[in-house]
Design a protein around this ligand. Structure first.
Ligand code: FAD
Ligand code: FES
Length: 279
């Protein structure tokens, strides 16, 4: 188990310059920034992330990790959805078209939806929606027969960022903590409903992908374990280096034999088998 998780360690990453192409505020404090990275001719897979330098100083503070929402390989442009919550993201929100930024990429691993899966649930909380929108687009293109249910939960209507899902033509079900849109309550309540729905002519859910706040992912894990479903969670631990050097992002994994492994989320993850994570 540990070897499989750590086998991605040989991946290459690049420290490059990029340019702000566009910055849009979708809802109060919620932005999508489009960054053109002319020197990057590789690709991105859903779940992978970048580290962006979020200040003006030459050596500056630590880079900030962000999932990739969408990547246009021909235009060499990536889109990142973020919530401006602290000094780095507030600095990022003030960047204008044409400004230069430093980026470290591509980082981390990606979701691995089993080949045999027929129907899957994507469960997003807050800004955790970004890698799951990327995954939904990717699957639509590469696995058109796969059925998916997209479930999105957030604190309130603004944090649902519905325009992002509309842009991606994703028909999602919503839950809000304050009841301002969709189901009033937890997104995992929607998950249980979707999985237990009686469906004629439709396969049963056989895999769950999730990304969001830790308590939400822990609740998804309980559903997955109870129903014996496979799944993966993309962890959003606090990170510093993003390349496995500082051990600032260690997660605890339970192996098949009951032993425990400590893995760096940035290198062995951020996507990990949900049933193995010790939240
Ligand atoms: C793999 C990965 C992917 C991510 N993808 C996205 C994304 O697509 N969009 C997005 O908006 N954010 C994402 N994040 C979180 C993002 O990195 C943080 O919001 C950002 O680093 C905050 O920087 P700051 O300087 O603005 O805030 P800070 O001043 O560092 O912190 C402000 C507040 O946010 C909290 N905070 C900071 N980082 C995190 C975190 N990782 N998890 C929970 N709380 C945190 C702090 O505790 C503090 O309360 C991701 C994190 C990881 C590890
Ligand atoms: S952020 Fe440094 S080891 Fe993961």
């Amino acid at each position: 188990m540990q070897d499989a998780l750590i086998s991605g360690a040989a991946r290459r990453y690049f420290h490059l310059g990029c340019y702000v192409e566009k910055q849009r505020e979708f809802a109060r404090g919620h932005f999508v920034i489009s960054l053109r990275c002319p020197e990057y001719d590789g690709e991105f897979l859903p779940g992978q992330f970048v580290n962006l330098k979020c200040d003006d100083t030459p050596y500056g503070r630590l880079y900030r990790p962000f999932s990739v929402l969408e990547f246009d390989i021909e235009a060499r442009t990536m889109h990142i959805y973020y919530h401006a919550i602290g000094s780095g993201t507030i600095w990022l929100a003030a960047r204008k078209k044409g400004e230069a930024l430093k980026v470290l990429l591509p980082l981390g691993n990606s979701f691995t939806v089993p080949d045999k899966a027929q129907r899957i649930a994507l469960v997003a909380g807050g800004v955790g929606v970004a890698p799951l929108i990327f995954l939904a687009r990717f699957l639509r293109q590469n696995r058109p027969d796969l059925v998916f249910d997209f479930l999105m939960g957030a604190r309130n209507f603004d944090s649902l960022c519905i325009p992002l899902l509309q842009d991606a033509a994703i028909d999602a079900k919503f839950a809000t903590d304050d009841g301002s849109h969709g189901h009033a309550g937890l997104v995992t309540e929607l998950l249980t409903d979707v999985i237990s729905e009686k469906r004629s002519n439709s396969p049963k859910t056989d895999y769950i992908a999730c990304c969001g706040p830790t308590p939400m992912m822990a609740a998804v894990q309980r559903v997955a374990l109870k129903l014996g479903l496979r799944g993966e969670a993309s962890l959003e631990e606090r990170m510093a280096c993003g390349i496995g050097a500082c051990f600032g992002c260690v997660a605890t994994i339970e192996n098949d034999d009951g032993s425990i492994s400590r893995v760096t989320t940035c290198r062995s993850g951020p996507v990990l088998p949900i049933e193995k994570i010790r939240f």
